[in-house]
Design a protein around this ligand. Structure first.
Ligand SMILES: Cc1cc2nc3c(=O)[nH]c(=O)nc-3n(C[C@H](O)[C@H](O)[C@H](O)COP(=O)(O)OP(=O)(O)OC[C@H]3O[C@@H](n4cnc5c(N)ncnc54)[C@H](O)[C@@H]3O)c2cc1C
Length: 440
């Protein structure tokens, strides 16, 4: 069964309501087309602040804005909750599944795919059970749950020996997400929880950061990377460089030194995985349907105008696209989404294909290390410490979707700086069977 929304105008189907998809839809607001934006979630998630949600600083509502609300003024746009499954490129039909698993079809004249990437375990998918990744809102909430539960477990145990693994947190991957997460766990322990427990001292929490390279944050300059390492040392994150995580289980993590091949085992009950990404499953179905090969990490290579070779009506933008070694960062996705939207609008308006090449303007990258310390790298400008932190804050607030989220996030940051507490820490046993038991 197909969803009939056609009013005779060219139909643009956008897969994904992340940065690429949202900015494509916004660019098409005034175009003489119908737009259907389909996402497997109801919200646009601001991934750069996921780690603050995972560590109890921000609520899920502050980093996720309902797509319907964000696009309510786009009168030509329908938002659909569904998961894209396959494509019939000849017929121009996308097949997707609803929340209940039933399927439906979405005919399209133009397709923009901005479905992003997911966490990669480099073929060791058995790690997922004990080492969750952080790519989605569900991931962040699950991580928050395991962090808070670990401190609570430690508090309830009688001996230091039993508590130790619960107060040891291992993070695999020293890119921005791993560094931000490791720093925030230490801050949670040092500032937010420090006076609230009676048996344990949360400040004793060990945070171990494992990274395969010889310096953290390899996408930043060596100077900024060294500054980040000093800050991490200062707040007590134990950084282990030049090691690969070679095994994880419920109670420990094993690392292997890249040079000496020496193996080390660390007892821990909380392992978090940020070491690598791969294409979401839909990418394979798309590549097969379009007759193209997937490249690094399953990405799809695009032409200079961001269309798929041989398919001038299909665009791939954001993290999922491969073009000129552009990084998987929000700005690439936003500019790519805008570009695809602009090309379709121009094609429809002028009646001739608009194949203008995509030109990326690098506005720089930023990473949070700890309170009053962040990095900003934009061309020759390299900022760290307090100035980097202020710049980081301004940039993140500017790009957070929705005025209400911006205002409440600033208020929340201010309150946390002043009071040191973090309020987003509610967890329960979460077992409906238990919840139904009468109290006695
Ligand atoms: C923890 C974290 C921190 C980050 N920090 C930064 C940072 O500080 N600065 C920066 O520039 N970048 C950062 N990034 C990267 C940035 O968030 C991504 O580059 C950006 O989100 C990519 O946008 P996108 O639209 O390609 O994909 P996404 O934003 O990932 O959106 C993809 C969307 O597609 C949907 N989707 C997936 N499959 C399907 C399907 N089959 N059907 C329907 N919908 C589907 C998903 O639900 C999602 O909404 C960070 C990423 C993470 C995970």
């Amino acid at each position: 069964m197909s969803i009939h929304i056609s009013n005779g105008k060219p139909r643009v189907v956008i897969v994904g309501g992340g940065f690429g998809g949202l900015y494509a839809a916004r660019r098409l607001k005034k175009a003489d087309v119908e737009v259907v934006l389909i996402d497997r979630g109801t919200s646009h998630v601001f991934q750069p602040l996921l780690y603050q949600c995972a560590t109890g600083l921000l609520s899920e509502g502050q980093i996720a804005s309902p797509l319907r609300h964000l696009l309510e003024d786009n009168k030509n746009t329908n938002v659909v909750l569904g998961e894209a499954k396959s494509v019939d490129a000849d017929a121009g039909i996308l097949t997707a599944s609803r929340f209940d698993g039933s399927t439906f079809e979405l005919p399209y004249d133009y397709l923009i795919v901005a479905a992003g990437m997911r966490q990669s375990y480099h073929g060791q998918d058995e790690f997922i059970k004990w080492a969750p990744g952080m790519k989605t809102l569900d991931d962040a909430l699950a991580i928050r749950r395991s962090l808070i539960a670990a401190f609570e477990m430690a508090e309830s145990l009688p001996t230091a020996e039993e508590r130790r693994p619960w107060l040891t947190f291992a993070v695999a991957g020293g890119g921005p997400t791993g560094v931000e997460l490791a720093g925030q766990i230490r801050e949670l322990a040092m500032h937010a929880l420090t006076n609230e427990f009676r048996s344990i001292d949360p400040d004793e929490a060990r945070v171990l950061l494992f990274h395969g390279d010889d310096w953290v944050l390899p996408s930043f300059s060596r100077k900024l990377s060294a500054a980040a390492k000093r800050t991490l040392d200062g707040i007590g994150v134990e950084t282990h460089l030049g090691v690969h995580v070679t095994d994880v289980c419920e109670t420990s993590i094993e690392t292997t030194d890249k040079k000496t091949k020496e193996k080390r085992q660390y007892e821990t009950r909380t392992i978090l995985w940020t070491a690598g990404v791969e294409a979401v499953p839909f990418a394979e179905a798309l590549a097969t349907a379009l007759g193209v090969k997937q490249v690094g990490g399953g990405r799809i290579e695009v032409e200079a105008d961001l269309t798929v070779p041989g398919h001038p009506n299909v665009y791939v933008v954001g993290d999922l696209m491969s073009r000129d070694k552009l990084a998987g960062v929000a700005e690439v996705a936003m500019q790519g989404g805008r570009h695809a939207g602009a090309r379709i609008a121009a094609t429809v308006e002028n009646g001739v294909p608009s194949r203008k090449p995509f030109k990326y303007r690098d506005l720089g990258t930023a990473a949070y290390i700890s309170r009053r310390h962040a990095l900003l790298q934009a061309g020759p400008v390299q900022l760290s410490g307090f100035i980097g932190w202020v710049s980081w804050g301004i940039i993140h607030i500017a790009f957070l979707a929705g005025f209400r989220n911006r205002a409440s996030t600033v208020l929340n940051w201010g309150a946390t700086l002043a009071s040191k507490t973090r309020r987003e820490r509610a967890i329960t046993y979460g077992d409906p069977e238990t919840a139904r038991q009468p109290y006695n």
